[in-house]
Each structure stands twice: as C-alpha cells, then as structure tokens.
Design a protein around this ligand. Sequence first.
Ligand code: PMP
Length: 455
Amino acid sequence: MLAKRVDAAVVGRLIQKESEAFRARTPQSYRLLERAKHSLPLGVPSSFQDYPPYPLYVRKAIGARIWDVDDNEYIDFHLGFGALAAGHSHPKLVEVLRRRVAEGTMYAMPCEEAVLLAEELCRRFGIDQVRFCNSGTESTMDAVRLARGATGRDLLVKIEGSYHGHHDYVMVSVKPGPDELGPLEHPASVAFSKGIPEAVAAMTLVVPYNNPDALARVLAENAGRVAALIMEPVMMNIGIVHPAAGYLQAVRRITQEHDVVLIYDEVKTGATIAPGGACERFGVQPDLICLAKSIGGGVTVGAFGGRRELMELIRPGEVQHLGTFNGNPLAMDAGIVTLTEILTAEAYKQFEEQQERLVSGCQEIIERHELPMYATGLGAKGCVMFAAEPLSDYRDYMGIDKDLAYAHWLYLMNRGIFMPPGLDEQWTLCVQHTNSDIDAHLAVFEEFARDVTAA
Ligand code: PMP
C-alpha cells in the first residue's frame, strides 16, 4: 500500500493549535521556567530537558502516572528516557529504599549488596565481571578507557548518529548536519559541542550503522590503531533502528579479525528488551557491555563489564577505574530489587504482550489512515517512525518528517499521554502500565491520525 502524503499546511495548523493548547494548560511550568532561567542555563538541569514549546516542570510521579506543576495528570510513556521500566516508586523499591535511607545511603566502602548485584548482572548478561559507576556516560567512558588500556591503542570507532553519553570521546557525529556528514564511505568526525578539542574528535572514527563493509574498510585502513568499536546493538537514539539480519554477527567477526574490542552500549536496551538485553536477544556477545538507566529502577546507577581477561586489567599499574559513589548501598539495593523482584521473567512477558498491543494497534491505525509512518518495538521500547520505509541508518533518519513528529508529540502531551521530547526518542513501557493505559494511548493516536489526515 502506498502511503498518502500528509498535507504540510494541515500539520502546520495542527502544530499552531496544539502549541496554544499546551501553553494554556501549563502556565505554572512557564512561570517556573522564567524563574529558573536566572539560575540554570536554559532553565533546566540537562540540555536534553530543554525543548519546545518549553519544558514542563514535574511535581510528582507514582506508578505509571506523572503530574506537572499545573496538576495535569498523564500516563507516563517517557519514563525518564527509559530509566523506569519498573515505573515510578514501585512499592517493592519504596519498602527497601526507605530502610536504606534510615541506615546510611553512602559508605564509600564495599557492601554485600554490591556483590549480589554484580553476580546478578554477570548472570543476566553472560559476563564474568562487572564494575559499578553512576550513569550511562560513566559506563561508556570507563569501558573505552579499559579497551584502550587493554589494546594499547588510541582510536575509537563509533556509529554515525549514535549517542553514548556526554564525555568528549563519544560526543562525535551524534547528530551531524547535512553539510557536515562527509561521504558515506568515510563519514566526517564532527564534534557535537564546542569545548571538545579537535584532536579528541579526530580520535573517534565514524561508520554508518548496518554497514559491515564500511566497518571492515575503516578497520583495515587503520589496522593496529583502533582500540574499540562502541555501538548500540539496536540504535535507540534515532527512534528505533533494528540491526539487519546478520549485521551483528558480521560486526563480531570483523572486530575479532582486527583484535578490536567490541563494546555494546546497552544503556537503553540492557534491562528493557530481554532479561539479558541485546546479548540475549540477538545471541551475539560483545567483549564489554555498558549498562545504566532501567537497571536502577530510577536510582542513579551504571555498570560496565565483560570477559575476565579484560576486566582483570583493572588493577594497580594497569587501568584505573574510580568513583566516590560507585557501588553505594542505595543504588545497589535499588538494582537488586529492580532486577530480581520487579523485572522478572513475568515482567518481560508483559512487556512483549503490551508492546505488541501498542505497536500493532498503532500500525493498524497508520495503515487505515494511509499515513507515511510505521510503528516498531522491542521489549519495553517502541515508537512510531515518521518515515514511510523502515530506516537503516542515521542518514535515512535525516529524512524523517520532523514537523509531523512534533505535531504527534504535542497532540499526545495535550491529551494526557506523556512522551519523551525530541523526535529521536521512543516510548518505554513499565511493569505498572495496564492494558487500559495502552488503549488510552491508542485512542489518542487514532484521534491524531484522523485530524492530521483531515482535509
Ligand atoms: N548511552 C545511551 C545509548 C544512551 O541513550 C544514553 C542516555 N540517553 C547514555 C549512554 C548516557 O546515559 P546517561 O544520561 O545516564 O549518562
């Protein structure tokens, strides 16, 4: 079936109308923003929280619900950019963390809970050893250092369009503009921020996703100089882009041929797409894996781990891995409860069933209204992609209909469906979502599809 083109004028009018409705029902957020701008750049703690029309300030969140400071209630599908597959303040977490808060949240000393959580992560992800840190950024930074220390090489390879946190070596070609890309065969290394030294950006080489030939070429051209390839096994910072059949196997073979450490960034996929993340789902094991977000149930925790020969290089005189808050008992408790009592086998079954309900429901609506879009999902992660044909890499993503995506976001937000800002994000399901939450989402999407195709 050929998708109908959506009329840009209709989309423009919808954006205008929905922006006005957004402003009308969120005056307290706007007031807070004006005040916040004096003490916080852009009025927000992270620039990812700055988005049009303006950020909502949140008052509280419980279960799968979230309330802004104007007391608007939403069903939360943003869920902390995917950090909350457990949902908000899960009763099991509340119970354990309440006790922990009363008994000390921070010792800067090892505790038994760190051992238990390490064992659970090793079991889930098929790795020998793990170290804790405090965020996704730290996990990729530490894994890259370990790979460099292990190989004695400096260069890093990453995928064009992927995000791995905010340290300098990976803040390269995250969202390069059309004039910056360079040829597909040799993408340019484009710093994502001022303040990243040119020499640092130049140490990160870039390859397109789903293109094993390009990877093989870059590794051959830089033979003996590349420490690691860091990649998301499923790209989840340009919507969701799946690995083509055989791609991950090819990446594994090529990196092995060049003695290059393969690092999976499973910060998003780790606890959400299967108990053992992409490692389990696709059956291709990397050398190192990076974890954060949903493993902590909403408490800040990160981890990286892998094969014993690599991880045991973390020792005096070899590779340093440090951090005052690493393995703090608050985060360790949160991780243990989340992974052993909340994200159980049953929870992953529920994710699959509810994701199927949401994705197939959206897809049916898209097809009935002949929209130039498609719906896709994996475990707890899903999204509508604003392109008629499935995307294969970042350059495909550049062609998505950004206005249509923005209209969709505004439309859902104004009707109580809380979605991550940015056109490159996806919804996350949590164990506290019900089928009626999914159906409420579908009902609003149906309305959107009807209005956006209205003549
Ligand atoms: N890797 C990936 C794939 C991510 O999506 C993110 C955050 N969106 C990070 C790393 C960085 O994690 P954090 O924000 O916890 O530093």
